[in-house]
Design a binder for this molecule. Structure first.
Ligand code: ADP
Ligand code: MG
Length: 267
């Protein structure tokens, strides 16, 4: 019996080379031997300490984060749940170097983001962080290929390298035959897969997603979750903000953010 190939099942093709940070993130028995020297990758990818973020809006002070302490290790699949207004998007923007804390320390791979220059934050975003949003945020006038290619603009690759990378990323999310489609010519699940291809084409260390399945029906949601899990297995750290407890079931660690404070609810 042949395997049914439907449009909405991602057909993944592994990327060449050692994909992402696969090798560094795999624990082996040897790592547990007491004689093994401490490896660099045992340091947290993120170390958040005493982070607050306060907004001032029309003279009123809003404390979005009131004191977050959090370590995230490379290769984790973390979900962040919690009520609307709890500070989830604010935290994700800080982790994504889109914003900086009001007070406290936020280390990415040992580098302090809280005091980094705008230029340095921009470089980190362009090279190391992939973003996925609820509304996909694709540019409607560009094809899938062109949308994915945009993420490579800051990296200074030549045209041939870019073309190869974009084709690989689209194949990785099972859309190698949809490169010339506009977003309106794709299903919601396919659009989110293009957005994920755009996020991974730069080969980031971490993928941050804010309600990535919020606009999708159940089957498309499961398709995106399977894809995120496979990216995590390849060594990309995944951090997902979600309202959906079905999404949280895929996590290796579950956090809850309420009134600006993080609580670990992994059972
Ligand atoms: P969540 O994503 O959990 O719904 P947010 O991080 O978006 O929460 O918001 C946390 C709090 O900060 C809310 O009270 C929200 O109104 C406020 N807030 C978020 N962004 C801004 C902003 N740019 N200016 C003023 N207040 C903001
Ligand atoms: Mg939010």
């Amino acid at each position: 019996m042949s395997i049914q190939h439907t449009d909405d099942v991602p057909q993944r093709t592994p990327l060449p080379e050692q994909s992402f940070h696969e090798k560094e993130n795999r624990m082996t028995i040897a790592d547990l031997e007491p004689t093994t020297p401490r490896r660099e990758d045992e340091h947290p990818l993120y170390r958040v300490a005493g982070v607050t973020r306060t907004y001032t809006q029309k003279g009123r002070i809003v404390k979005a984060l009131t004191g977050v302490d959090l370590d995230i290790m490379p290769g984790e699949f973390v979900t962040i749940q919690g009520p609307t207004g709890g500070g989830k998007s604010t935290l994700l923007q800080l982790l994504g170097a889109l914003d900086t804390p009001s007070t406290g320390s936020l280390l990415l791979d040992g580098r302090e983001l809280a005091s980094a220059s705008a230029k340095e934050l921009g470089r980190i975003r362009a090279e190391e962080i992939g973003f996925v949003f609820q509304g996909f945020n694709l540019i409607p006038t560009l094809t899938a290929t062109e949308n994915v290619d945009m993420a490579l603009e800051p990296l200074g690759l030549d045209r041939a390298q870019r073309r190869t990378r974009v084709a690989e990323a689209l194949a990785h999310v099972g859309l190698d035959d949809r490169g010339d489609h506009l977003p309106t010519e794709l299903s919601g699940g396919q659009q989110q897969r293009v957005a994920i291809a755009r996020a991974i084409v730069k080969r980031p260390r971490v993928l941050l997603a804010d309600e990535p399945t919020g606009n999708l029906d159940e089957s498309m949601r499961d398709e995106i979750l399977t894809l995120l899990e496979s990216l995590c297995a390849e060594g990309i750290t995944i951090i997902v903000v979600t309202h959906d407890s079905a999404v949280a079931r895929h996590a290796t660690r579950r956090l809850r953010l309420t009134k600006g404070v993080v609580q670990d609810i992994t059972k």
